[in-house]
Design a protein. Structure first.
Length: 284
């Protein structure tokens, strides 16, 4: 093969096309690790662009797999990417990418659930990931608990989870996740991605959401108390609050009165500010 033909076989970033990397390294997707790969460079480029400015601080990617999104982040100018991957079969493909972008990609072979993302690399830190869906919500809740640690979180998740993140009071999708995501963050649903865009395709459609921390929470509350109250309220979402909140171990009526909230209401009708008032009444 002439060097001209070899060059033509490479992708725009000078690396082999992802499909051939996956074939070359025998990277069959593992369902148990939520492996669904993106080969479409337009799509990975769109996600990288949605993450915003990447030229300062650290971009943390969870689950780089064969590196489609990693490559997009680097070609969009990410100064430093730290990619956390649990499956060591991808390390050789990721090493190849690191060689193409000297000093800009570090790979951490680890379970992301064991990693303190807020301590990785230098600030400002941002998360960008096509998340493994089996642990996506858990990871997201950990990051959402640390708004001071991240400049933004831009992630692909199941469409249904993104709907729960951005849900407004009164809707079926409004619940614990909406309160956790909106109290101190401003989540924006960006675009939908059909299952057919992944190899292999998952059962459900996906969507990309970007969250940036708010300058101040929507209302004051102590995080653990807010979480407790919201969990109890939505734990029995069809019940009136004066009954659902009994699971907190005391008569909820005086607390509801103190918060100025009618005990006949149901959890899904409360705004986040009202949940905060309730949390303050429980803390008081
Ligand atoms: N970023 C790649 C892409 O967009 O094509 C792959 C995304 S795939 C949906 C999820 C990736 O997360 C897989 O590479 C999988 O091995 C990895 N993964 C799954 N569970 C993980 C965990 N607990 N910690 C770190 N990585 C994990």
């Amino acid at each position: 093969m002439s060097s001209g033909t070899q060059r033509a076989a490479l992708a725009a970033d000078g690396l082999p096309p992802l499909r051939s990397v996956v074939e070359r390294d025998g990277l069959l997707a593992r369902k148990s690790l939520g492996q669904h790969f993106l080969f479409d460079l337009n799509l990975t480029g769109r996600i990288a662009a949605a993450a915003g400015e990447l030229s300062a601080g650290t971009t943390i990617e969870v689950g780089p797999g064969p590196g489609g999104l990693t490559r997009a982040l680097l070609s969009h100018g990410a100064r430093a990417v730290v990619a956390v991957e649990r499956d060591r079969r991808f390390l050789s493909a990721l090493d190849e990418i690191a060689g193409r972008y000297p000093g800009r990609l570090a790979v951490l072979e680890a379970d992301a659930l064991d990693v303190d993302a807020h301590a990785i690399g230098e600030a400002p830190r941002r998360i960008v990931a096509n998340l493994p869906y089996n642990v996506g919500t858990r990871l997201l809740l950990e990051w959402l608990a640390r708004p001071e640690a991240f400049e933004s979180v831009t992630v692909m998740l199941q469409k249904e989870v993104v709907e729960r993140i951005v849900a407004a009071p009164g809707s079926e999708a409004y619940g614990r996740l909406a309160v956790a995501a909106q109290w101190r963050w401003n989540p924006r649903r960006l675009f939908e991605v059909p299952a057919s865009a992944f190899v292999p395709p998952p059962r459900v459609a996906s969507a990309v959401v970007r969250m940036a921390p708010r300058a101040a929470p929507l209302a004051p509350a102590e995080p653990a108390t807010l979480e407790r109250v919201v969990a109890a309220a939505f734990g029995q979402r069809r019940k009136m609050l004066r009954s659902a909140l009994r699971s907190l171990g005391e008569d909820p009526v005086p607390r509801l009165l103190a918060a100025g909230i009618d005990g006949d209401r149901r959890a899904e009708t409360l705004s986040i500010e009202e949940f905060c008032a309730l949390a303050r009444a429980y803390a008081g």
